[in-house]
Design a protein around this ligand. Structure first.
Ligand SMILES: *Cc1c(COP(=O)(O)O)cnc(C)c1O
Length: 460
């Protein structure tokens, strides 16, 4: 973090070319490093994504608006397929799903990982092949399982012992369903306690260390309708080191070796889940996907060789690494206030479209767009419009000192776990999603209107 001078500059300072102060601070990360690759600033202060000025999207679709760079999503899919040509890559739909995204994922050759009948049915009814879909969930409802079986989902990941008999009964004596087992490898990884799912003290999966997982697997083998294809684990989210994945490979191959020895079982698949960390602010650590591919491949080969096992087919489930950096949220400033020694810049969205700051304490790096400001930067706190003090999008970030109501703020890395977690708080209505590509913008999801909200409100 550089220290910012809060006194107004007497002369205009170009937005991205401030002279280096002495003594020189650590080199600042490129402010555009967390933006989609297509991001450009053809005129100072006018940010374009996918060839479309963000200010034009705001004008045309209103604010707040979520802008999704289609080519960035597709390129990220291609990047995974190139890094892991031997693996099956499933996009974790919970990060963000709409019909267009389902098409892009399908066209790029990825599969899909879903957690509910809703995600599953949206994908299948828009043409996504059900056999390329995996259903997860620590508590699948009867409707989730019924929908999965009716639509012919590829695999169901069993998360608890009570699911086994239930699923076998639902499949029926003549049916057959591929399943995996979610195991807990006992590895702590992930960017925040609320998104760590690889340890024994959280609700997902069945533990290897206490024998729960092995016990469940034996019960699955007793059900001829259930075809066990492999082990699954998901360590958590925002993992920025390769090492926990290598540890997971060793633990899971160890369990596979035990199952081979004790039950003569050979499992053809190994699913390492997702959680690949991305940068939300310039300079944040990220998971190196190329290094992950190289080292997981090597670890899997050596662990399997040592155990005398054939190498299973790898399955991966990135979510935010596919859509997160492809999205930009554009807000309009409604109020600027100086209080308690801080400058608060309040925008027309916040925790109802992006609950991540309130849930995990994350912070973003917004930028002014739509006009050029010659004012020097000064630190401000960007807050939302909702009735909670925790509705903070960015703390102590530099914005031009003349930021004022009516300005547009663009917040990058908004493509995952924003709208998919959006709420109806304060009845402001959820923002629209606009795809940009080749200098064209098109509406994917329209803004939620008061009529939409009123339409569900049927009692008096
Ligand atoms: C959430 C989740 C993912 C995706 O996590 P990201 O952090 O978005 O990559 C993958 N697999 C499972 C089982 C998940 O629950």
């Amino acid at each position: 973090m550089t220290t910012l001078d809060t006194t107004p500059a007497p002369t205009p300072v170009p937005a991205l070319a401030a002279p280096a102060p002495a003594p020189a601070p650590a080199p600042a990360a490129d402010p555009l490093s967390v933006w989609p690759a297509s991001t450009a600033e053809p005129r100072q202060g006018d940010i374009e994504v996918g060839g479309v000025p963000l200010a034009e999207c705001a004008e045309r679709f209103g604010t707040p608006v979520y802008v999704l760079d289609e080519n960035e999503v597709r390129d990220r899919c291609r990047g995974y397929r190139a890094a892991f040509p031997e693996a099956e890559v499933l996009y974790a739909a919970k990060a963000f799903l709409c019909r267009a995204v389902a098409h892009w994922i399908e066209e790029e050759g990825l599969g899909l990982d879903v957690c509910s009948a809703g995600e599953l049915e949206l994908a299948v009814t828009t043409g996504f092949p059900p056999d390329r879909i995996t259903l997860h969930g620590n508590a699948k409802s009867p409707r989730d399982l019924e929908t999965a079986l009716r639509l012919g989902v590829g695999r169901i990941v069993i998360d608890s012992p009570s699911e086994i008999a239930r699923l076998a009964a639902a499949v029926g004596p003549d049916g057959r369903q591929k399943v995996m087992v979610r195991v807990v490898p006992g590895i702590s990884a992930g960017g925040h306690a609320k998104i760590r799912t690889g340890t024994d003290d959280q609700k997902f999966g069945m533990s290897i260390s206490d024998g729960y997982a092995q016990h469940a697997i034996v019960r699955i083998l007793d059900q001829p309708q259930l075809e066990l294809t492999g082990l699954h684990c998901h360590l958590g989210s925002q993992v920025t080191s390769v090492r926990p994945y290598l540890a997971a490979v060793r633990r899971l191959v160890g369990l596979m070796a035990t199952l081979r020895r004790q039950h003569g079982l050979l499992l053809p698949e190994l699913d390492l889940g997702g959680g690949h960390g991305i940068a939300y602010r310039p300079g944040d650590p990220v998971l190196d996907v190329a290094a992950l591919a190289r080292r997981v491949r090597a670890e899997l080969a050596s662990a399997c060789a040592a155990a005398g096992l054939p190498v299973p087919r790898l399955v991966l489930e990135p979510g935010r690494a596919i859509t997160g950096p492809a999205g930009v949220a554009v807000y309009r400033v409604l109020a600027v206030k100086r209080t308690g020694g801080q400058v608060f810049v309040a925008v027309d969205g916040g925790m109802s479209d992006n609950p991540r700051p309130a849930l995990y304490g994350v912070r973003y790096a917004p930028r002014l767009t739509g006009r050029h400001s010659a004012a020097a930067s000064a630190p401000v706190t960007v807050v939302g419009r909702h009735c909670e003090a925790g509705d903070v999008l960015a703390a102590d970030v530099p914005l031009p000192a003349d930021v004022r109501p009516g300005d547009l703020l663009a917040l990058p890395v908004a493509g995952a776990y924003h709208l998919s977690m959006a709420s109806g708080y304060n009845l402001v209505g959820r923002p629209p999603v606009v795809a940009v590509r080749d200098a064209r913008a098109r509406l994917l999801v329209r803004r939620e209107s008061l009529d939409d909200i009123r339409g569900r409100d049927v009692g008096l």
